[in-house]
Design a protein around this ligand. Structure first.
Ligand code: CP3
Length: 374
């Protein structure tokens, strides 16, 4: 390593130390000693440790038992050596206190038994029982206690709380979950959105009310950052996103930011939506893998940090192909403050754990050396 590189690493590590966590500093576009890295769905079915826990407990049992949720969160973060731990929970947990029954059906994903289809249904949704979600906060407390001490390199691990975005949660509520994620047309959801303004507005308002209270519980318990998942926002045209969703999402983001934490706003198939998404005021925009990182960053503007954006399926590639993709993403970010390395969507079952660990090592190595700066 040249003297110049050693010197600049020393300066930035002092800065990183003073800010607690390089992950949080990167969210705020402050300088860091190297690019922070974590993965969407890092504690899931690809990991033998998770599957061992899953043998004895359902997904909802894991989510609702703070000791187990904390253990799963911690195990994944430590096994991978990442810079942030996302709390083990699910987007749909707030449905229960709102009065919507759901279950996870093997091979199908979430199913809501009585989908929300009318103004009367929306009126019946409760917003006064968010306290019932405190089990997530208790799990966050345990994770925060576990990671309270700085790591060997002086950096604190970031703790991420999360919730859904109004559009994506409304999609699950109205379709009933059977849309299977991103592959359907969201007909019922869009019908309400286009034709029943009163129901749609009330639904959005209720979702935002619940999510703000839920995010507050998570922040008070020790979450350093809140990520808002708008996984299926790519189903919307830019005009419909602006007309029916942007205002509500902006309100959610603004109100979470007043809790004193940065907000990461993430969606998939968002190339055309990125400029509008950045208008929410989110500190960080998550980029999927379809857009090159530098083009995505240009689209959200210099006022946002970005997170991404390796294709999760590239984790199945052979080592040299995978490493080249990691290098390309770091090169596209060019060492600019405000890049968090991640995937463009979640890790899928079957992903080789050793490749995930290799990516962490490469991100650390390549970004600390500055070899990916042009
Ligand atoms: O480390 C982690 O990221 C795990 C924590 C986590 C889960 N769900 C646990 C889970 C997180 C961050 C989520 C968020 C979530 N949940 C999203 C947004 C993220 C994304 O992928 O876009 C969404 C859309 C959901 C809703 C949901 N939950 C679906 C569609 C499914 C089925 C997915 C499938 O592949 O079967 C779930 C189930 C779920 N939530 C699993 C996990 C680990 C897998 C099921 C299991 O363990 O039985």
């Amino acid at each position: 390593m040249s003297d110049a590189i050693v010197e600049s690493a020393a300066v930035t590590s002092i800065e990183a130390g003073s800010g607690g966590s390089r992950f949080v500093r990167a969210c705020l576009r402050r300088p860091v000693d190297r690019t922070p890295v974590w993965f969407l769905r890092q504690a899931g079915r690809y990991m033998p440790e998770y599957m061992a826990v899953r043998k004895h407990h359902s997904l909802l049992e894991i989510c609702r038992t703070p000791e187990i949720a904390a253990e799963v969160t911690i195990t994944a973060a430590e096994r991978l050596g990442v810079d942030a731990a996302i709390i083990f929970a699910d987007l749909l947990l707030p449905f229960t206190p709102m009065g919507l029954d759901f279950e996870f059906v093997a091979g199908e994903g979430p199913v809501v038994h009585t989908p929300v289809r009318t103004l009367e249904h929306v009126k019946a949704l409760r917003t006064d029982r968010v306290e019932e979600l405190q089990y997530v906060a208790r799990a966050i407390e345990q994770v925060a206690t576990h990671f309270a001490a700085p790591r060997a390199d002086g950096d604190e691990l970031g703790i991420i709380g999360f919730c859904g975005a109004p559009w994506t949660l409304a999609g699950y509520m109205i379709e009933g979950g059977k849309q299977g994620g991103g592959d359907r047309n969201y007909i019922e959801t869009k019908k309400m959105m286009y034709s029943d303004g009163a129901a749609w507005s009330l639904l959005m308002e209720k979702i935002v009310t619940v999510l703000v209270a839920y995010a507050q519980q998570q922040v008070e318990a020790g979450a350093d950052v809140i990520q808002v998942f708008d996984s299926w926002v790519g189903k919307l045209s830019v005009r419909d996103y602006r007309q029916y969703c942007l205002g509500w999402t902006t309100e959610l983001v603004e109100r979470i930011k007043t809790l004193g934490v940065p907000v990461i706003y993430f969606g998939v198939e968002t190339a055309s939506l990125l400029p509008a998404m950045s208008e929410t005021g989110a500190d960080v925009i998550g980029l999927d893998w379809r857009t090159p990182l530098d083009a995505g960053w240009k689209a959200v503007g210099a006022g946002c940090a970005v997170q991404g954006n390796l294709d999760p399926i590239a984790l199945f590639a052979k080592e040299d192909v995978l490493k080249e993709q990691v290098r390309e993403i770091l090169t596209a970010a060019n060492g600019r403050p405000g890049h968090i390395f991640n995937l463009g969507h979640g890790i899928v079952p079957g992903t080789p754990v050793e490749n995930v660990i290799l990516v962490v090592e490469w991100v650390k190595e390549l970004s600390a050396l500055g070899v990916t700066q042009r």
